[in-house]
Design a protein around this ligand. Structure first.
Ligand code: ADP
Length: 225
């Protein structure tokens, strides 16, 4: 299954992708994580992306598409994957269709109020090594700012600072929201209420995926999912 999570920054895509990965075993692919990793390792792509990353604007399509294509060609993606943060504009969605050879994609649009999104981003902490996501109030790391998963350093992401958040939300409205119209008529598009707890949001997605897996539900053309 090729799963796409659409939603505003802070809508919970990353946390929900982790939960889907854990239950269904598809790899989570976050273009934000791939870009941050490339910057950290100072690869050619990382050097190109570093000027744009962290400012709230989108990194150039050719950079992100090259990175994604390389990742999707790896063996663990053969049975499917969960995309978190890609596509982020219509041109990326069209390119993804080509990469996927027009096979079906299941799209979850996680809808959240702006108030919820801002609150979540302001209280989010991220591991700088493995990208694990925490929340100051609801899910702090067990041992101060040490990552529970890898022992790396946990802190606030550069673009989770107030001065960058409004730019990210503006970019989302301008570039990413048009994807709702792009995917809405595809037959595999699901609106998810993203304002609840992680478990409440995940339950809605589980409902759709379990039905698709066991071939009982409303998802059409199941053989090709
Ligand atoms: P969030 O979804 O919370 O904004 P991400 O980790 O997905 O966080 O993205 C962080 C930054 O990485 C974005 O603001 C953008 O600069 C860049 N980025 C991630 N994915 C893409 C993409 N598909 N296209 C262009 N830029 C991207």
């Amino acid at each position: 299954m090729r799963l796409i999570l659409l939603g505003a920054p802070g809508s919970g895509k990353g946390s929900i992708a982790d939960m889907i990965q854990q239950k269904y075993n598809f790899p989570k692919i976050s273009t934000g994580d791939l870009l941050r990793e490339a910057v950290k390792r100072q690869t050619e792509i990382g050097i190109k992306a570093s000027a744009q990353l962290g400012k709230g604007k989108l990194v150039d399509d050719d950079i992100v598409i090259a990175l994604l294509k390389e990742r999707l060609s790896q063996d663990d993606c053969r049975q499917g994957y969960i995309l978190d943060g890609f596509p982020r504009n219509v041109s990326q969605a069209v390119n993804l269709k080509v990469i996927n050879e027009q096979k079906n994609e299941i799209v979850f649009f996680i809808e959240t109020s702006e108030e919820v999104v801002i609150k979540r981003i302001m209280s989010r902490l991220t591991c700088s090594s493995c990208g694990a996501i925490y929340n100051i109030y609801t899910k702090p790391p067990k041992n101060n700012l040490v990552c529970d998963v890898c022992g790396g350093q946990v802190g606030q992401r550069q673009d989770d600072k107030p001065e960058v958040i409004s730019e990210r939300i503006r970019t989302y409205h301008k570039d990413t929201l048009p994807l709702v119209a792009f995917y809405e008529s595809s037959g595999h598009f699901y609106r998810i209420d993203g304002n609840g707890t992680r478990d409440e949001v995940f339950a809605q997605i589980e409902h759709v995926l379990d039905k698709a897996m066991f071939r009982k539900g409303p998802v059409k053309d199941q053989d090709s999912l």
